[in-house]
Structures are given as structure tokens and as C-alpha cells.
Design a protein. Structure first.
Length: 69
């Protein structure tokens, strides 16, 4: 989720045409894959939140970050 809605622009599609950047389906921002830094769009310099991901017994396991209030 990103700003309360899915980041993917199509099922299982998160990257631009050449696969070098993450694309936000809502506002078209482009993010570096490794750092999560926005390089184009309405949020330059801001970053996506990192999450812990691992493959366990053939399943992708994602640990969501704790929400701070």
C-alpha cells in the first residue's frame, strides 16, 4: 500500500517499461528501486518506507512496519 491504496498499476506490475524504477499508479511518481527515493513526480527527494521481505518455504513473507501515531 502507498498513501492508502495499492502501488501497482496492473496486477503484479510495479516498474517502468525498462524495469529500472518503481512507478506509483496514483500520481506517476518514479522511485529508485534500491533506495526508494522519488526521482520524478510530486514528491522529489521523499522515500518509500522499507519493509522486511523474505522467502520462507516458497512463500513470500512481508513484515509490515509498525504504524507510528
Amino acid at each position: 500500500m502507498h498513501v492508502g491504496h495499492p502501488l501497482n498499476w496492473q496486477p503484479d506490475s510495479f516498474l517502468n517499461a525498462d524495469g529500472s524504477l518503481i512507478v506509483c499508479a496514483s500520481h506517476g511518481a518514479l522511485y529508485e528501486i534500491d533506495s526508494g527515493v522519488c526521482v520524478s513526480g510530486p514528491c522529489p527527494g521523499k522515500t518509500l518506507r522499507k519493509v522486511s521481505v523474505e522467502i520462507r518455504d516458497g512463500e513470500v513473507v512481508v513484515r509490515a512496519p509498525i504504524q507510528q501515531t
